[in-house]
Design a protein around this ligand. Structure first.
Ligand SMILES: Cc1cc2nc3c(=O)[nH]c(=O)nc-3n(C[C@H](O)[C@H](O)[C@H](O)COP(=O)(O)O)c2cc1C
Length: 298
């Protein structure tokens, strides 16, 4: 049973790395076999939105380390993902990888497998969107997130001297290891407002009654219970969120596929109108061009 600790921090042996390694030690204690992947050791270009992967030509054609990284992710049975909170959210490295993951179809080889997320951060109250990108990414791969932890540790190495935090993530690793053993991948962490991702980022829709988890697309009804705000989510509401296999299928059938037909049928019109915009204003000079570093060229 292989478990991959994925670290998305440029700080070598930083808090993310320490915390992920401690969690892996917990997982190994209950029988898992740990591996580590530092995302920042690899070169990733941004997704160019070329759409080639949508026509069934995967893996992605860009010559960088993305396909290698994907192979690593897909070769294991569980993931523990750690990254620092940057500007209230996940760092660019993770978003870059998520954007490129548009090339991955559903179900992915990680479908139904357990995952956990660890986010070290510096300042209380500056973490509102920290779990959004990992939730989208891991749910895109069909994974079941069984726990997520925000760990206060601002300066380099703070995590090393925070015994409570080390114990917290050690137990998290154990829980992921146990999920591998027993097959029970239900959420074991602190329950949040959204019944799927357990985040608290609820959008109030225009009717001022319906709310939606922006990440999962699960809708519920807002109500007051004993003077406190509460949201009622039914099983059906949960089923209609973005993350179920059926919803991924529907998204492809009713959004992606018709979009392709529209693209084909309006190609000529697009060509006709493009000239006005390509001849307007001189072309900008290119900035520094970084040559992609492939695994072979390293
Ligand atoms: C560019 C940058 C932005 C940051 N933004 C936040 C933030 O919005 N909220 C916060 O709590 N900490 C923030 N931090 C602090 C880091 O989350 C914290 O230092 C973390 O422990 C770094 O983890 P690492 O050692 O694994 O890189 C930021 C740090 C940097 C360098």
């Amino acid at each position: 049973m292989k478990i991959l600790g994925v670290v998305a921090s440029h700080r070598y042996q930083g808090n993310s790395e320490v915390l992920v390694k401690e969690a892996l030690m917990g997982a190994e204690e209950v029988g898992a076999k740990a591996e580590i992947l530092r995302m920042t050791n690899y070169y990733l270009e941004p997704c160019t939105g070329c759409g080639r992967c949508q026509s069934g030509r995967i893996p992605c054609h860009i010559k960088d380390d993305f396909n290698h990284l994907l192979e690593r992710w897909f070769s294991v049975d569980a993931i523990i993902l750690g990254f620092p909170c940057y500007f209230l959210a996940a760092p660019g490295t993770l978003k870059l990888f998520l954007d490129r993951a548009v090339a991955v179809g559903h179900p992915s080889p990680l479908n139904g497998k357990p995952a956990a997320v660890i986010v070290p951060y510096g300042n209380r109250g500056f973490t509102a969107y920290a779990f959004v990108q990992p939730n989208i990414l891991l749910h895109k791969f069909g994974m079941n997130i069984i726990d997520q932890a925000l760990i206060q540790s601002g300066a380099p190495g703070d995590a090393l001297i925070n015994d409570k935090a080390l114990e917290r993530v050690h137990n998290m690793g154990k829980a992921v290891g146990m999920a591998l053993k027993t097959g029970d991948t239900t959420f074991k962490g602190e329950k949040g407002l959204c019944p799927v991702c357990h985040d608290r980022l609820i959008h109030v829709l225009k009717d001022m009654k319906t709310v939606e988890c922006g990440t999962c697309g699960v809708r519920g009804k807002l109500r007051l219970v004993g003077g406190k705000i509460d949201v009622l989510f039914t099983e059906e509401d949960i089923h209609h969120g973005r993350n179920s296999s059926e919803q991924w299928f529907r998204h492809h059938m009713y959004h992606v596929e018709p979009g392709k037909e529209y693209f084909r049928s309006t190609k000529e019109l697009r060509k006709e109108r493009r000239g006005k915009y390509s001849s307007y204003l001189p072309k900008e000079e290119k900035g520094m061009v970084v040559e992609p570093v492939t695994k072979e060229s390293k």
